[in-house]
Design a protein around this ligand. Structure first.
Ligand code: NZQ
Ligand code: ZN
Length: 405
């Protein structure tokens, strides 16, 4: 099912959101903690012997995770093929190349060791190996479901933010078409299990760590800022946001603080494993705007979100005023006495802006390389979703991009 269909399902008519019927099933088993990699060898016993090890540009070789994993694979007697060099924002060309390698190797299991890009890529390969059609057209243009065998994926996570370790999402970039598109598959595409060791994230460059923190925040906001909902999901979201803000402030001062980094890792997984989207509508327009920026600039995902967020939220605030008031009071502890709703809501967004600046996030798209000449193309590359407080027109999208410059 496409993102649009899943949103529309909850929408009876404009402005009226019902608590939809839903199924909740998340089959990804998680192993969490500094000893979690020990579980890999036991899990490997459940799969055939041809393993495809997928990783990024080399960080796992520098920090030793590659050696740890490869030793376990060898001790387990597996035949290993490798796809190194999965880039941040993985491309369709890289996907096609990986599918060919996976087919040659008759892969039984894909082991992704890296961040969201590597994990997303592994899932995209897994649904394409036995597919007769080109994955770009089938999954990212026509948003079709998988109709072939899905090769199981496992993940050893090294970067926190995307939630890819416990969801069926995969985002692929097509530079030629200037499109970056995500397909959220069903839970049959989720990793079978993911290993979450907070220590593995300690070698992340500061900018990546901070970009990941904002990615988490925005995933929660995307699911929170939609509908006149007052359901359990929104209360869980507020708790996740408060935990993230608290722990991120500790991690800024003390990046090696294990407790803070592990709280953030856990928050990140729950921010986008479908739990807080259940029973409500969702927005996702910040991601649509950010993905268009990513398609043009190849910028770091979390920074594309931070650069467009405030212009977007300030634009839609009047259409969802009560939720923005709730956000200000319940998440940022803004006091309401003597203030209008508009003032309270604006103070909430100002508080989020101050926190984003504390993190050192990129706050405008100019700093990501966007130029005036790109604006028209950016609008064209932005997918419009109907779940937010205001379904944007192309003119409004243009206004928001201009405000973000
Ligand atoms: O490639 P290597 O050398 O491994 O370096 C990576 C990369 O340069 C580095 N890194 C990762 N772990 C490290 C590390 N460096 C040192 N130490 C470590 N432990 O960090 C850089 C970024 O990695 P990447 O995987 O690209 O980051 P992220 O996890 O933010 O993933 C971004 C991708 O995920 C998609 C994004 O669109 C983007 O393509 N998303 C996936 C989602 C999903 N599946 O649900 C949702 C998200 O909203 C997001 O859109
Ligand atoms: Zn994201």
């Amino acid at each position: 099912m496409s993102i649009d269909e899943s949103l529309i399902k909850f929408k009876k008519k404009e402005g009226e959101i019902i608590l939809g019927n839903f199924t909740y099933c998340n089959p990804t088993k998680l192993y969490f903690g500094d000893q979690s990699l020990h579980n890999l060898s036991t899990e490997l016993e459940n799969y055939g012997s041809n393993i495809l090890l997928v990783y990024g540009g080399g960080s796992i070789k520098k920090n030793g995770i590659y050696d740890e994993v490869i030793n376990i694979l060898k001790d387990s007697g597996k035949n290993i093929a490798e796809i190194p060099g999965v880039m941040p924002n993985p491309t369709i060309e890289k996907l096609r190349e990986g599918v060919a390698i996976a087919r040659d190797h008759k892969v039984d299991l894909i082991l992704a060791v890296g961040g969201g890009s590597v994990c997303d890529y592994a899932k995209a390969v897994s649904v394409s190996i036995h597919c007769d059609e080109d994955p770009w057209d089938k999954y990212f243009i026509r948003f079709e479901d998988v109709s072939c065998e899905i090769v199981p994926v496992e993940c050893v996570l090294t970067m926190v933010g995307t939630g890819s370790e416990m969801n069926g999402g995969t985002i692929i970039t097509n530079h030629e078409q200037k499109l970056k598109i995500g397909h959220v598959f069903g839970e049959n595409v989720n990793p079978k299990f993911s290993i979450l060791n907070p220590n593995y994230t300690l070698t992340l460059p500061k900018t990546q760590m901070m970009a990941g923190f904002y990615d988490i925040m925005n995933h929660i906001c995307e699911q929170y800022f939609s509908g006149a909902d007052d359901n359990t999901s929104d209360y869980i979201s507020e708790g996740l946001m408060k935990s993230l803000i608290h722990s991120s402030r500790i991690a800024i001062q003390d990046p090696n603080n294990y407790e803070a980094r592990s709280n953030i890792m856990w928050t990140s997984t729950w921010a986008l494993n479908t739990l807080v989207a259940k029973g409500k509508s969702t927005d996702w327009m910040v991601h649509m705007l950010g993905q268009a920026v990513g398609a043009y600039t190849d910028a770091t995902h979390g920074m594309t979100l931070s650069a467009v967020s405030l212009a977007y939220y300030r634009y839609i605030m009047p259409y969802g005023l009560d939720k923005f008031v709730r956000f200000a009071t319940n998440v940022w502890d803004v006091k309401v006495e003597g203030k209008t709703k508009e003032q309270v809501a604006a103070e909430g967004l100002n508080a989020m802006e101050n926190w984003m600046k504390e993190l050192g996030l990129v706050m405008n798209i100019t700093d990501l390389g966007v130029t005036d000449e790109m604006l028209e193309g950016l609008v064209h590359s932005t997918i419009i979703l109907p779940g937010g407080y205001k379904t944007l027109t192309p003119e409004e999208i243009s206004t928001i991009f201009k405000e973000s410059m």
